[in-house]
Design a protein around this ligand. Structure first.
Ligand SMILES: [Zn+2]
Length: 219
C-alpha cells in the first residue's frame, strides 16, 4: 500500500505480508543520527503524504518542530499521549513519523499497530536503552512488532569506537534541562559507565525519562 510497505526483513514480523501498513523503528543511542534519518525520510515524501508527531514533553529545541542535533528540522504536531495519535485527522497521509518514541506511554506499541492496520506506514525514532543501559520495555515490544528495525550507531566520544550507549555526563539536577552535548555523550560499551542508581529519577509511564523536561525533574 504505502511507499514503505515493501521494506521487510526486520525483526519479528507478526503481521502477514500483503496486509496494509508497516512499522519501521529507527533506534540507537543519542547523537546516532536517528532524527536526521527521520527528517531525510520525511523530506523525500510529497507534501500531505506524511504527518509528523513529537511528544509534547520533548521541548528541547522547539515546541512544534522535530529538530536534529545538527539543527535540521521539520514541522511536527506535539501530542501528550499515544491515544491522541489515533484521533488526529491525518487527511490523505500514508505515512506517520513519530520522533523520540521512548517518551510515550505504555500503550504506544498498540497505537502504532492500530495506525498500521489503518494502512499507514509508521516510522518511529527512539532510544533503545536508558541512561542505565536498560532497554525501555515498551520499546522492546514495539521492536517485536516492527517490519524493520534500523539500529543507528556513532563514534564513541572517548575512544572513537562504535558507540551503542549514551553516557550521562552530569547528574539529574534542575539546571540540566537541555539534554544536549553538555549532558550526554555517545560511548562504546567499554567506555560507558552507568550513572549511580537514583530511586528518585523522573518517571513517565513505567520507565525513567532519559532526558527529562523541567517540570518532571525532582532534585
Ligand atoms: Zn569507547
Amino acid at each position: 500500500m504505502g511507499i514503505m510497505s515493501s521494506v521487510y526483513g526486520g525483526i519479528g514480523v507478526f503481521r502477514e505480508k500483503g496486509q496494509p501498513g508497516s512499522i519501521h523503528v529507527i533506534c540507537g543511542c543519542m547523537f546516532a543520527g536517528k532524527t536526521e534519518a527521520l527528517i531525510d525520510r520525511v523530506r523525500g515524501l510529497p507534501a500531505g503524504d506524511v504527518c509528523v508527531f513529537k511528544h509534547a514533553l520533548d521541548r528541547r529545541y522547539d515546541d512544534t518542530r522535530v529538530v536534529s542535533h545538527n539543527h535540521r528540522s521539520c514541522r511536527a504536531v506535539p501530542v501528550t499521549h499515544s491515544d491522541e495519535l489515533q484521533k488526529v485527522d491525518m487527511g490523505n497521509a500514508n505515512v506517520v513519523a513519530i520522533d523520540e518514541g521512548h517518551f510515550f506511554d505504555d500503550n504506544f506499541p498498540a497505537v502504532c499497530e492500530q495506525l498500521c492496520t489503518r494502512g499507514l506506514d509508521v516510522i518511529v525514532t527512539t532510544l533503545d536503552l536508558d541512561s542505565w543501559g536498560r532497554p525501555f520495555p515498551m520499546i522492546a515490544r514495539l521492536r517485536k512488532l516492527a517490519d524493520s528495525v534500523t539500529v543507528k550507531t556513532t563514534q564513541c566520544g572517548k575512544c572513537g569506537g562504535q558507540a551503542t550507549r549514551t553516557q550521562r555526563l552530569i547528574p539529574f539536577v534542575a539546571a540540566n534541562l537541555v539534554g544536549g552535548a553538555e549532558a550526554f555523550e555517545p560511548r562504546c560499551e567499554s567506555c560507558w559507565t552507568p550513572p549511580p542508581e537514583e530511586g528518585d529519577a523522573p518517571i513517565v509511564g513505567d520507565h525513567r525519562v532519559h532526558d527529562p523536561p523541567a517540570d518532571r525533574i525532582r532534585p
